[in-house]
Design a protein around this ligand. Structure first.
Ligand SMILES: *[C@@H]1O[C@H](CO)[C@@H](O)[C@H](O)[C@H]1NC(C)=O
Ligand SMILES: *[C@@H]1O[C@H](CO)[C@@H](O)[C@H](O)[C@H]1NC(C)=O
Ligand SMILES: *[C@@H]1O[C@H](CO)[C@@H](O)[C@H](O)[C@H]1NC(C)=O
Ligand SMILES: *[C@@H]1O[C@H](CO)[C@@H](O)[C@H](O)[C@H]1NC(C)=O
Ligand SMILES: *[C@@H]1O[C@H](CO)[C@@H](O)[C@H](O)[C@H]1NC(C)=O
Ligand SMILES: *[C@@H]1O[C@H](CO)[C@@H](O)[C@H](O)[C@H]1NC(C)=O
Ligand SMILES: *[C@@H]1O[C@H](CO)[C@@H](O)[C@H](O)[C@H]1NC(C)=O
Ligand SMILES: *[C@@H]1O[C@H](CO)[C@@H](O)[C@H](O)[C@H]1NC(C)=O
Ligand SMILES: [Cu+2]
Length: 270
């Protein structure tokens, strides 16, 4: 049962890993894949076949290539029922070896048996790329790796400021791990700081790309970045979309004050 469907994701992962490794050079040059913001695609896995037993997903993924960061994969499959006693699910594998052997021991179930109904289950390619490029061990081991959670100053010595490219910062300073703490530091409002910063958590990729704050949650106000800064713990395995909400999205849009992270689970690292 496992074979066909489990082989899809790792193919996507390895596709991007080899892009990063410079093997699929032509694709990598066409678009700034892993740091840029290309127009994202939403791709239904398997096309009209959806996520079904017996369909050749390796073949499908090959034809659909290339996939990019920010692309969304949608998995559609039927819920369990009398007729469907072996319902599908979606796993992400930690490495090529597990994938080849369909060994689920260290896999992470990212969608259960009922999440494929209706609009389906969506997964961003960010997931694949982050895992593939950093945790996947194609390159050299991460020197920042440690067993205990890290405390990371957002922006490094630039802190949380207008005009700094946080997407690049996040990419270069990643991967982040579950339970790491991000620290946002910025100045108090003053006569010389009339548009002070703050921190918003946005609900999804669409809001993030358009800097749409309407469904965002303000997690730090204008004065909480002073002193030791505002601390935020990445305590779940989920994507976090951060932005500055100052001037109705101007700091986010024009000031580049936004980035997202998907903290990894430490056991993926070896
Ligand atoms: C950050 O820099 C990258 C690489 O130069 C670029 O692709 C991206 O568009 C920049 N981000 C913003 C928000 O300007
Ligand atoms: C899927 O199709 C490809 C190319 O047609 C083939 O090489 C591969 O063996 C097939 N995979 C499976 C699991 O049948
Ligand atoms: C699956 O992987 C786990 C840990 O990675 C290993 O201990 C186990 O022997 C593997 N199972 C098979 C059937 O290869
Ligand atoms: C699947 O996950 C959804 C959302 O997390 C949850 O509401 C549902 O009960 C789960 N279903 C099963 C069969 O575990
Ligand atoms: C994160 O920290 C919490 C509380 O200390 C702990 O229960 C949880 O297991 C940790 N998660 C991971 C993935 O380390
Ligand atoms: C604001 O800037 C002016 C000119 O640079 C300086 O003289 C003044 O002390 C600053 N005010 C504060 C509160 O930092
Ligand atoms: C922002 O999002 C809200 C709901 O999420 C939507 O109604 C609104 O049209 C969006 N605004 C823009 C400028 O896209
Ligand atoms: C920001 O939040 C802190 C703590 O919740 C509160 O003490 C402070 O008054 C708030 N400041 C502003 C400018 O809203
Ligand atoms: Cu700002």
């Amino acid at each position: 049962m496992g074979l066909t469907y489990t082989q899809l994701l790792i193919l996507l992962l390895s596709a991007c890993a080899s892009m990063l490794g410079g093997r699929v050079v032509t694709e990598a040059r066409k678009e700034p894949t892993c740091t840029g913001t290309p127009t994202p695609r939403t791709i239904t896995v398997g096309g009209s076949m959806h996520w079904n037993f017996g369909f050749n997903y390796t073949d499908w993924a090959f034809k659909e290539n290339p996939f990019y960061v920010y692309d969304t994969l949608v998995f559609k499959y039927d819920p369990p029922s009398e007729k469907n006693i072996h319902p599908h699910s979606v796993y992400l594998f930690p490495d090529m070896w597990s994938w080849i052997n369909c060994n689920l021991t260290q896999g992470v179930k990212i969608a259960n048996e009922t999440q494929g109904t209706g609009k389906g289950f969506s997964a961003y390619m960010l997931l694949g790329v982050t895992v593939a490029s950093k945790g996947f061990n194609y390159g050299s081991p991460q020197t920042t790796y440690s067993d205990t959670p890290n405390r990371i100053i957002v922006g490094g010595s630039a802190y949380w400021s207008f005009g700094f490219n946080y997407s690049v910062w996040a990419f270069k300073n990643g991967p982040f791990y579950v339970n790491d703490t991000l620290v946002f530091k910025y100045d108090l409002p003053s006569e010389n700081n009339t548009h002070p910063h703050n921190v918003y958590l946005l609900p999804d990729m669409r809001s993030f790309l358009t800097c749409n704050l309407s469904k965002g949650v303000k997690i730090a106000n204008e004065s909480q970045g002073a002193g030791e800064g505002f601390e935020f713990v990445l305590n779940k395995w989920r994507p976090y979309y951060f932005a500055c909400g100052a001037s109705d999205g101007y700091h986010c849009n024009v000031g580049r004050m936004k980035f997202f992270v998907l903290p990894l689970l430490r056991r993926w690292h070896y």
